[in-house]
Design a protein around this ligand. Structure first.
Ligand SMILES: Nc1ncnc2c1ncn2[C@@H]1O[C@H](COP(=O)(O)OP(=O)(O)OP(=O)(O)O)[C@@H](O)[C@H]1O
Ligand SMILES: [Mg+2]
Length: 354
């Protein structure tokens, strides 16, 4: 007859591909029960967005069924996102487990598009997700999330964030009149960003994605200094000029101790809407070079495709409207990779910058 120890020894043969340790010493095995020839347990992953989930389940079943005397195995896959910040101790948004900022050096490289699709993809994968538009002077998130004029309600003096595609969203655009120019000075940007945390009822979130304005201005500084950011996703487009500016921004976040999770190359190739063929129209990839130069991971490559822009314009992100298109799949894969990097950062088993 197999014992609990036998089962754990067998399961220790499975490695987590991101954390590079076996799933038993990582504490993933919960509720282990052995009754005669029947074995049951949960595998609790650190993110619901785990691409090897089914593979891990099959491997666990196979290993335990290989033990003498075991006839049936019931494996239940679960996920519990680990916190990359001290929950409860934090004054700002104490129940938000991980804050992921999306930044770039240069404007117009697709930060907001990446932030929106990343947030929706994380929610689709089963994570509790929020999206904060920290671009106070050019807030584009409401338009891209199909939330142009949402009903805003308050409970106990805190604002409830409106929701779409399973993502809770807050933007300054919800609170200022449309078409009214807002002139922001540094301290105002600072207090707006802090209020986005202190006055909003975010509730329990696995990931709060933040869309930053371009460059290294007030919002980026305030954010990195006043809220513990789990990690920064840098967005670049394949042109050298864009790459230069991104390298400046990477250096700034490094100085402020906000770990850079990696770089996303957006508009990396042109996918022809007629034949689907991809062409490298910019001739060369800024993302690869950047990743190599700064020794940070390339988190993903998103093709340039008209449907991505249309999705933004009509407030129906491509991961929701056409998840199986190459660009929808690229965003979903990006979400899985970002979730894995966040697990690594929050588990603190590996340095984020190697
Ligand atoms: N992969 C893509 N394929 C096609 N169009 C894209 C793609 N990514 C972004 N775009 C388009 O490029 C434009 C700029 O994108 P976006 O607004 O997301 O950039 P940004 O970096 O947030 O800009 P800003 O610096 O002004 O905040 C938008 O019109 C958007 O729809
Ligand atoms: Mg933007």
């Amino acid at each position: 007859m197999a014992t609990e120890q036998d089962v754990l020894r067998a399961l220790a043969g499975i490695q987590d591909p991101d954390l590079h340790r076996d799933i038993v010493s990582l504490g993933f095995i919960k509720e282990l029960k052995v009754h005669g020839s029947e074995v049951a347990f949960d595998i609790v992953l650190t993110t619901p967005a785990c691409p090897v989930r089914d593979q891990m389940k099959a491997q666990a079943e196979q290993l335990v069924l290989g033990l003498p005397g075991v006839k049936t195995v019931v494996v239940t896959m679960k996920a519990e996102v680990r916190a990359g910040r001290r929950l409860g101790d934090e004054k700002l948004a104490p129940s938000v487990k991980n804050i992921v900022a999306v930044a770039s050096g240069k404007g117009g490289v697709g930060k907001t598009t990446v932030a929106v699709n990343l947030a929706v993809a994380l929610a689709q994968l089963g994570a509790k997700t929020g999206l904060l538009d920290a671009d106070v002077t050019g807030p584009n998130v409401p338009l891209m999330m199909g939330l142009r004029d949402p009903q805003i309600s308050q409970i106990d003096g805190k604002i409830t964030p409106p929701e779409n595609y399973g993502v809770k969203v807050i933007s300054i655009a919800f609170f200022v009149k449309q078409d009214e120019p807002v002139i922001w000075r540094g301290p105002m940007v600072h207090s707006a960003i802090v209020q986005f945390f202190s006055d909003i009822a975010w509730g329990d979130l696995d990931y709060l994605v933040i869309d930053l304005p371009p460059g290294t201005g007030d919002a980026s500084l305030t954010l990195a200094q006043s809220v513990p950011v789990t990690g920064v996703v840098m967005v670049t487009a394949p042109s050298n000029a864009a790459a230069m500016d991104v390298s400046k921004a990477i250096k700034m976040f490094e100085k402020l101790n906000a770990p850079v999770l990696g770089v996303v190359e957006n508009m990396s190739s042109f996918a022809c809407p007629h034949c689907g063929r991809e062409t490298d129209i910019f001739g060369g990839s800024g993302g690869d070079e950047m990743a190599a130069k700064f020794n940070i991971p390339l988190l993903g490559q998103i093709p340039l495709h008209a449907s991505v822009a249309t999705g933004g314009n009509i407030g129906y992100p491509i991961v929701a409207s056409d998840p199986d298109s190459p660009q929808g799949r690229a965003f979903r894969k990006l979400a899985e990779t970002v979730a894995a990097r966040v697990s690594v950062a929050s588990t603190r088993l590996l340095p984020v910058l190697t």
